[in-house]
Design a protein around this ligand. Structure first.
Ligand code: G6P
Length: 369
């Protein structure tokens, strides 16, 4: 096992550090930024099915569901097709409306999650086209779906999902951009810009991994906090959910993710000088809104840990701690903002003496209900 960990203390840390390579493996052969091409067999072979869909349903569980939420923002932004993201466990039991021309995308690292598998069967029974985004080759979900695209992240051993999440977002962004190109819902220049940015993501993830020391220092300060709040907006709202999930899963600290503006409808009541609030505050659309959310936290003495864009000065003045990551286009920023949140949870869990790779009560894949 020590050999498999490659010198890292835990599989989770190894997998966090594998992300630049994993993301490259995900887009290798699919993304041709110079030629302005995206080629994915599963999408090309079923292009008409995708183009005919007037709605996309995404079904998944856990971290994969969070990747689905990021995808909802990306698909709607580029393809203008309405997207609904469902917990597979709810979808399967709530008599959902499924139409023959719906495209259902099932996301699953393991490809074995019982609820997701059941949701797929239900969608197929209603005549929908079901596309799988799985990591494990030959898994039940990859066999049960009509077509799909693998994430090619390599084996993920740590129960808390890391590289599966970022590679799922990568695949889904590729699909969204390809469909947008085919539909003509993205301008040529935007399309090319996003392809080029996607190609730069692995080296920017490397840079984001350099926040490890800062994350460790911050972890040392807040490791005994009983609660933690995560806030984000837009493409980074699901990252707030995922950041909170990571912390809960491996450190057993109660954490909640919230859309930053929704804070005033509840979580703001919890904020005092004891409450660390992690805010994803990228220099992107609605930056001024997130700045005012941060001011609201500050005026209630909350402790602010902000994930900012390199060079940011405004948030730096307000926050107690800043974690700087490189700039990219808004739609792809979750691939970077999620990195320091993974590292923060990891270090907090290690400092609390938790079993990082095998947290209590959790399973890598939930194959029974
Ligand atoms: C379990 C794992 C999570 C994972 C979820 C969905 O809860 O602990 O890490 O996100 O299942 O798994 P899947 O394999 O379908 O992505």
């Amino acid at each position: 096992e020590q050999i498999e960990k490659d010198g890292y203390d835990h599989f989770m840390l190894k997998e966090i550090y594998q992300q630049p390579e994993a993301i490259k493996d995900t887009y290798r052969g699919r993304l041709h930024a110079n030629e302005g091409l995206i080629r994915m067999a599963g999408v090309e072979d079923n292009l008409q099915r995708f183009l005919n869909a007037d709605r996309i349903l995404i079904v998944a569980c856990g971290t994969s569901w969070h990747a689905g939420l990021v995808a909802e923002y990306i698909f709607e932004e580029f393809t203008r097709v309405p997207v609904e993201v469902e917990y597979a466990s709810e979808f399967r039991y709530r008599n959902p409306v499924i139409r023959e021309n719906d495209v259902v995308i099932a996301i699953s690292q393991s490809g074995e999650t019982a609820d997701t598998l059941a949701a797929i069967k239900l969608a197929k029974d209603h005549g929908a086209f079901v596309f799988g985004v799985c990591n494990v080759v030959g898994s039940s979900i990859s066999r049960e779906t009509h077509a799909g695209a693998y994430t090619h992240a390599g084996p993920e051993i740590g129960v808390a999902s890391t590289k599966a999440f970022t590679t799922q977002i990568t695949v889904l962004a590729l699909i969204a951009l390809r469909l947008a190109q085919a539909k003509g819902t993205v301008t040529n220049s935007d399309f090319h810009r996003h392809l080029q940015e996607l190609e730069l993501i692995p080296e920017k993830v490397e840079k984001a991994l350099e926040t490890n020391d800062v994350a460790e220092t911050i972890a040392g300060i807040y490791k005994d906090a009983p609660n933690c709040l995560y806030l984000g907006r837009g493409f980074n709202f699901p990252v707030a959910l995922e950041g909170a999930l990571k912390l809960k899963e491996i450190s057993y600290i109660h954490a909640e993710g919230y859309p930053a503006a929704e804070m005033k409808h509840g979580p703001i009541a919890l904020i005092d000088e004891q409450m660390p609030v992690v805010v994803i505050a990228q220099k992107q659309e609605h930056y001024d809104k997130i700045v005012s959310n941060i001011q609201e936290i500050k005026s209630r003495s909350g402790k602010i840990i902000a994930v900012v864009t390199k060079g940011d000065t405004q948030v730096r003045e307000l926050a107690d701690h800043v974690i700087e990551i490189p700039k990219t286009v808004d739609a792809l920023s979750p691939l970077l903002t999620t990195i320091p949140l993974q590292l923060l949870s990891y270090h907090i869990a290690v400092m609390r003496g938790c079993n990082v790779d095998q947290p209590r009560n959790l399973a890598k894949s939930v194959t029974v209900e």
